[in-house]
Design a protein around this ligand. Structure first.
Ligand code: ATP
Ligand code: MG
Length: 405
């Protein structure tokens, strides 16, 4: 191992070093999958996968710190210089029994390894030493034509693994592709219930779609391909023309913003019960669930109460984390209200949306007030007075607190 790289490698150098090392010991080694596709698209990949004809035991021999990942699948993780690269032996997948996991793997040749991959654009190998593509299924030409096409018989490939249908949508939206008609047809006819795919995987795929600027296209594709119902576990419902998803713009956003927008476009209820439903359909975290409820509540509060709220109520609403995205979403269905709210906000900001409170509980105790359950309501009332500008300093705050006691 004379070619030890020094510390702090970048991912590409690390993967290249691993492949070189295998080649110098008489093996074949290529980059495979997403990293090849990304390079062809001009995107620098964040992680690299290496495939080789070396068996796991041999990989272990050549890289002493390699550890197995995914047990029975014989994929090894090689670590060095703060980086790690997955090294997989060429293999063909065995029989799919549950619509998701192959029952077994058989080590095999490189063509079979390409053939087991989901889409042609994901089935290209690259020789890291020369940059030459080893492209058994014309993935590079599909990529040039911006076509997403299953490797092999689309129907069979979709039946084997329904997760592929979600991956199809994610790649198509993210890389601005079209789905080849027979692949699209296969998706439509097989993915009915996304059978065999865990809610965790479904939620994970959906989050990745919603986070990306291509979220509108992705959700449209899910609807067109009949996957919205099995993803959300609710009735099919085509999104409205006025799109909350579009309103989120072309930045990455927290997936929950996208979920709230999609729900709005589909005319979904903005209730706690519905947030609970989405939590179990997509395995939302507690934090995501709370954020979703907060967006629902803030949208409703803006729509139903903004005009009747006093200064303190408006300020309290406006400083919520969920407020900015809620206002964006309200702007889609009620642009004139949203414009009024934005104008009001500018005014409210002038006197401070969330100034430090003049008083806290310790201040009340220091003023010899008896601690008790009424502290919170007193402090709230004093803070409201502060937000509304009815009191201007700490002395006035103490006087108000005394009068309320
Ligand atoms: P990204 O990492 O950007 O999501 P990727 O293509 O690298 O895209 P991974 O999930 O990292 O996706 O998988 C790596 C490769 O493994 C894929 O490019 C594909 O060749 C293959 N692969 C992944 N999932 C499947 C699947 N469900 N069916 C068949 N092949 C798959
Ligand atoms: Mg990847």
């Amino acid at each position: 191992m004379s070619t030890h790289p020094r510390e702090e490698l970048d991912p590409r150098s690390m993967a290249t070093w691993v492949a070189d090392h295998l080649v110098s010991h008489g093996h074949v080694a290529y980059f495979a999958g997403g990293c090849v596709r990304d390079r062809l698209l001009g995107i620098e990949p964040s992680d690299f996968d290496v495939v080789t004809d070396a068996r796991p035991e041999r990989i272990q021999e050549l890289f002493r710190n390699a550890v197995g990942v995914g047990e029975s699948f014989g994929v090894m993780l090689v670590r060095r210089g703060g980086q790690s690269v997955e090294v997989a032996t060429f293999r063909s997948d065995g029989v799919y029994e549950d619509g998701r996991h192959p029952e077994s793997v058989t080590f095999s040749d490189e063509r079979s390894d390409a053939a087991r991959r989901d889409f042609t654009i994901n089935a290209i190998f690259e020789d890291p030493a020369t940059g030459t593509l080893i492209d058994y299924f014309d993935g590079a030409s599909d990529l040039k034509q911006r076509l997403l096409r299953a490797v092999g018989d689309p129907l069979e490939r979709m039946r084997e693994d329904h997760l592929r249908a979600l991956r199809a949508v994610r790649f198509t939206a993210r890389f601005d592709l079209e789905i080849d008609p027979s692949t699209a047809q296969a998706i439509r006819s097989t993915t009915g219930e996304l059978e065999g795919v865990s809610r965790e995987r479904i939620g994970g795929e959906l989050r990745r779609m919603l986070r990306d600027p291509s979220r509108t296209r992705a959700m449209m594709l899910l609807e067109e391909l009949g996957m919205d119902a099995p993803v959300l576990l609710e009735a099919t419902n085509r999104s409205a023309e006025q799109s909350g998803l579009d309103a989120l713009g072309s930045e990455e956003r927290p997936p929950i913003h996208g979920l709230a927008a999609w729900n709005q476009d589909r005319g979904g209820p903005r209730t706690t019960e519905h947030a609970d439903h989405l939590r179990s359909a997509l395995l939302l975290s507690n934090q995501e669930h709370r954020e979703l409820i907060s967006i629902f509540e803030s949208c409703l509060a803006i729509l139903d109460s903004w005009t009747s709220l006093g200064v303190a109520g408006r300020k309290r609403l406006a400083v919520r984390d969920a407020f900015p995205v809620s206002l964006e979403l309200v702007g889609v269905t009620d642009p004139s209200l949203a414009a009024d709210v934005s104008r009001d906000l500018a005014e409210l900001r002038a006197s401070g949306l969330a100034p430090d409170p003049y008083l806290n509980g310790n201040d009340l105790i220091a003023e010899d007030m008896e601690p008790g359950p009424r502290f919170k309501s007193i402090l709230d009332a004093v803070y409201d007075a502060q937000l509304e500008g009815r009191i201007q300093d700490r002395d006035a705050a103490i006087a108000l607190a005394r009068s309320l006691l």
